[in-house]
Design a protein around this ligand. Structure first.
Ligand code: FUL
Length: 454
């Protein structure tokens, strides 16, 4: 078993996955005919004439995205209705036949460059407009469009594919040739990461509501992400059983009890995608989520070994709604307030601990009444190794935080272990002079990169 765990500990990210992790959060922009019809999924029969954003200003989007500390933008170049936000030469169902006439993809890509954001796109394989959909010619059509986007808009950091597929009872069914799509991306934008439920580079977190898992592993069984590169041999129990049931919606993915049964492990981290409002597209009656909810999702994504892909939908004028712009600014300011100034402290690795159970003592320069967060990072370029850890204050035996994995970044909000008891006990708690991070299990020697307190 030990050699397999050591192999598991060495499953490594590619450089582009590491670069993606460092972005931490980026914006999704859902825009298209649905914006004008008040729908979430169009039928593909919407006339081009309805697409008429009279005040389109992608710079306004970019500015608001930056105010929230996000580092990139991903635009729905084509959603399930098949309408193209760029003047594709392969269909008439696009901006070129709308009163708008321009090229939204170009304006968005240019605005990103001006504001120092990375640019990427969503291209829906499900196309309810194309006459080719459901025939062998569709993959050719899709690749032609993909190539237009990969070659016409400068550097692309991200290509986002969902798996929605089908026309319902009328039976049109398309087999998507994902390996062919991926090859095109590798040829024309080798540094772009690819999102898909099944990998290769980034996988879905399994819900669209920002709901976290207790542990979000980036090293997962290849049974979950068959498009990603397998980096290990089979687990010691692989012959005994089967993991074909695994799907992103499962609550526990990548944990020890699963990897032992896997035919081989891959590096495929998760992205938490959620809209700032209930819908992905703009609907007048919807309001943005509260700051508290956004922050909670930040903790369970960026702070839990994933990235946060937050959607903000432009309205019918082509502008982000003022309510959302205000919320983004508020959210960005809040993150700055919480995480700009680490508390001065010295970190010492305690001697004589086993390599898979190290302990790190954090000695504060000055004692304090409160510490809000401990932020931990593993040197994930070497692999993800920590299985569980606990954080204690001073000489306490009781944990102020218990966690299952660390990975790229783990933000641990410290809890007062007495908070549900008599509140008067609270006032008698001594100042915090030190904290101890105790790794309680790891797959191999632990490689911590950073420990900070806020
Ligand atoms: C889903 C789509 O069906 C939704 O409309 C939205 O685009 C979301 C991000 O992905 O699969």
């Amino acid at each position: 078993m030990l050699p397999f765990l050591q192999e598991a500990a060495r499953v490594r990210p590619s450089q582009k996955q590491l670069d993606w992790f460092d972005l931490e959060s980026y914006a999704f922009i859902h825009f298209g005919p649905n914006t004008f019809t008040d729908k979430e999924w169009g039928t593909g029969q919407e006339p081009e004439s309805i697409f008429n954003p009279t005040k389109l200003d992608c710079r306004q989007w970019a500015k608001a995205i930056r105010s929230a500390g996000m580092k990139g933008m991903v635009l729905t170049a084509k959603h399930h209705d098949g309408f193209c936000l760029w003047p594709s030469q392969y269909t008439e169902h696009s901006v070129k036949n709308s009163p708008f006439k321009g090229d939204v993809v170009k304006e968005a890509a240019d605005a990103c460059r001006e504001y120092g954001l990375k640019f990427g796109f969503y291209l829906s394989p499900w196309d309810r407009n194309s006459r080719y959909y459901g025939t062998p010619d569709y993959n050719e059509y899709f690749c032609n469009q993909l190539k237009e986007l990969l070659t016409g808009y400068g550097e692309i950091f991200y290509v986002w594919f969902d798996n929605a597929c089908g026309e319902g009872p009328n039976g049109k069914k398309q087999i998507y040739d994902f390996p062919r799509y991926f090859d095109l991306i590798h040829t024309y934008q080798p540094n772009a990461v690819i999102f898909n439920d099944f990998g290769p580079d980034i996988r879905w977190c399994g819900n669209e509501g920002g709901v976290p898992r207790q542990a979000e592993w980036a090293v997962v069984p290849s049974e979950l992400c068959p498009y990603a590169t397998v980096q290990t041999g089979p687990g010691p129990l692989a012959e005994e059983g089967c993991l074909s049931y695994l799907y992103n919606t499962d609550g526990d993915i990548g944990a020890m009890h699963q990897i032992l049964y896997s035919k081989g492990l891959v590096f495929a981290p998760s992205e938490i995608d959620m809209s700032i409002r209930p819908g992905w597209f703009w609907h007048e009656k919807e309001e943005p989520h509260s700051l508290a909810r956004l922050f909670q999702v930040y903790l369970s994504s960026v702070g839990s070994n994933a990235c946060f892909h937050l959607n903000i939908p432009p309205n019918r004028e082509g502008l982000l709604d003022d309510r959302d712009v205000r919320r983004l600014q508020e959210y960005g300011d809040f993150l700055k307030k919480e995480f700009s100034d680490p508390i001065p402290a010295k970190v010492e690795k305690l001697p004589n601990c086993p390599p898979t159970q190290p302990q790190y003592k954090i000695l504060l320069e000055k004692p304090r009444k409160e510490i809000k967060y401990v932020v931990l990072s593993e040197d994930i370029a070497q692999g993800q190794r920590v299985e569980s850890f606990r954080i204690t204050k001073n000489q306490d035996r009781i944990a102020s935080f218990e966690g299952a994995c660390i990975g790229h970044k783990r933000i641990c909000p410290l809890q007062n272990p007495f908070k549900n008891q008599n509140p008067l006990t609270d006032t008698s708690l001594p100042d915090i002079e030190s904290l101890t991070v105790h790794i309680t299990a790891a797959r191999d020697e632990v490689r911590m990169k950073d420990i900070k307190v806020y």
